[in-house]
Design a protein around this ligand. Structure first.
Ligand code: SF4
Ligand code: SF4
Length: 522
């Protein structure tokens, strides 16, 4: 690994409010999207000439369309409750990474152009003209927010900085000032079907290899089907599950669960991606196009159920938006939505999270485990932001926290939670969510991971934890990369279904070896 050009923050014994370092991360500017990335998504290729006028016009549109945004712009009383709750502020000490200050970057411009006081007495109400300097500040600091929503949990008015950040990015895209990482990926998923740009034949070959590996290990003929028509389940999973560690082990875990339960399933090469980065840039039209690929795949394959693999923001998009975007499960009044609703089996949740699916099978006694296979591990669980604060699983309040933990405890003997103020609804972001998982933001990613690394280190030292399970592709990729900066081995991060994979006993597994011995005694 090349030497870092920044210092990794020192872990604190007790979390404390950092001494302010103004503009500490003002230099961090994520790469701009190339014109072809922008135009493919329907945005201007480059910053338009009359960008200021267009940006204010777009802001007006959004204020009219999203009532919450106007409330968020007006409601803040500067109580200070959110100021120290952002992991990026804690890790960078830059006061502009305080959630309230981040909101103020947009709020100051809102006041200038959309309030009486701001139009006539700008200096009195902190109103600012939208200058090029302000636009660049927007770009830099709205790409230092992972849209994790932790700050909103502490705001007495429920102001959601993630929504403010999404609106700011939507405005910037509308004037040709988009971010490379998100926009390039969104092009790939719409052209090829996944964020990697991995074509169908390559995907098929990869899946065959994984299936062979499982079959060699278990002696059972486990398949990872692709584009198989007429099966029960379409699994939509992040494409990281097809190539990255520890994601691959999670995919093999899903395959074993389907096999053990005797439920037919398939992946789709046309919709081989659960991730939908359109949410990060606030683009409803692109979010809809990506979701419609999944609807088309479900219709073409004739499946009865749709299950979503381990991906945090994808689960949020599926759980909260698939119905209105594409009529998956409910909603939507176009013929395709109605056809899909008739086709799907409504006795199951639509969509369903893979953890809900596995937990349901465990409760029904349909899966067998040898928990001792995980005895070399002491496991903890990292709640991913979008799952924790924007979705639910199962039918009980808090299911999104309890169900993943229940599955882990069903397959592992040794489990401990991290400190209560760092998990469940107040979980800390991994530091790489919201479209920030790019190497040009490595400094931010390392620094923003500080609170999670501190909480993890504590259970490593006190409880001998050596595995942290996660159910988000971004979290897993981020932790793999940044853990070594904190002296924590990268393989400490594991997929939740990797733990399932290692403990599950497939029907007939081990019988082949047992048979000759039985014959010999006859
Ligand atoms: S990164 Fe999370 S805590 Fe920080 S400002 Fe954004 S939404 Fe709030
Ligand atoms: S907690 Fe809410 S009201 Fe208080 S400063 Fe933060 S955003 Fe404003």
């Amino acid at each position: 690994m090349a030497a870092a050009k920044f210092d990794t923050p020192k872990m604190r014994e007790y979390p404390s409010i950092p001494a302010l370092q103004p503009d500490a991360t003002a230099h961090l500017k994520s790469f701009l999207a190339a014109p072809e990335h922008n135009t493919f998504l329907g945005f201007p290729g480059e910053l338009v000439e009359n960008w200021q006028e267009k940006a204010i016009e777009k802001m007006g549109d959004l204020l009219g369309k999203y009532r919450g945004l106007r409330v968020f712009m007006d409601a803040c009383v500067k109580c200070g409750s959110c100021t120290d709750k952002c992991h990026y502020f804690q890790g960078t000490s830059d006061p502009k990474n305080m959630p309230v200050a981040r909101q103020d970057l947009l709020r100051s411009v809102y006041r200038r152009y959309f309030t009486f006081a701001g139009k006539f007495f700008p200096g009195l109400v902190g109103a600012r003209d939208l200058t090029r300097e302000v636009l660049d500040e927007w770009y830099n600091y709205f790409h230092q927010c992972s849209q994790c929503r932790r700050c909103s949990v502490f705001c007495p008015y429920g102001i959601d900085t993630a929504e403010v950040s999404m609106a700011a990015r939507e405005i910037m895209d509308s004037i040709g000032y988009g971010q490379k990482y998100c926009n390039e990926i969104l092009g790939k998923v719409q052209k090829v079907g996944n964020n990697l740009g991995l074509p169908g034949p390559a995907l098929e070959a990869t899946l065959e290899e994984f299936a062979e590996e499982i079959s060699d290990d278990t002696g059972c003929n486990v398949e990872i089907p692709l584009d198989r028509e007429g099966v029960d389940v379409l699994l939509i999973t992040p494409s990281a599950d097809f190539f990255a560690e520890p994601h691959i082990d999670g995919l093999m875990g899903y395959a074993k669960v389907f096999h053990a339960a005797g439920i037919s399933w398939t992946l789709s090469s046309y919709a081989s991606e659960a991730a939908n980065f359109s949410m990060f840039i606030g683009s409803y039209s692109n979010m809809k196009k990506v979701a419609e690929r999944i609807r088309k795949a479900a219709l073409d394959l004739g499946v009865k159920r749709i299950i979503v693999g381990e991906c945090g923001h994808a689960w949020r998009v599926a759980y909260s938006f698939w119905n209105t975007l594409a009529g998956i499960g409910s909603g939507g009044d176009d013929p395709y939505a109605q056809q899909l609703q008739k086709q799907l089996d409504h006795s199951y949740p639509i969509p369903q999270h893979i953890c809900e699916f596995t937990w349901d099978l465990i409760q029904q006694g349909k899966l067998k485990f040898d928990k001792s296979q995980n005895d070399h591990r002491v496991v903890t669980f990292h709640d991913s932001c979008n799952v924790a604060r924007a979705t639910r699983m199962g039918t009980e309040p808090g299911g999104q926290f309890d169900i993943p933990r229940n599955v882990i405890k069903a397959v592992c003997n040794n489990y401990v939670d991290m400190a209560p103020d760092t998990i469940r609804e107040v979980t800390y972001c991994c530091g790489g969510g919201g479209g920030l998982l790019t190497d040009d933001l490595m400094e931010l990613r390392v620094k923003g991971a500080l609170p999670r690394m501190e909480a993890l280190k504590k259970v490593i030292d006190e409880d001998k934890v050596n595995a942290m399970a996660a159910i988000c592709a971004i979290c897993k990729a981020q932790f793999t990369k940044i853990m070594p900066y904190y002296g924590i081995p990268m393989d400490t991060i594991v997929s939740l279904h990797q733990l399932v994979k290692d403990a599950i006993i497939l029907p007939g597994q081990g019988e082949e070896e047992a048979e000759p011995a039985a014959e010999a005694t006859e």
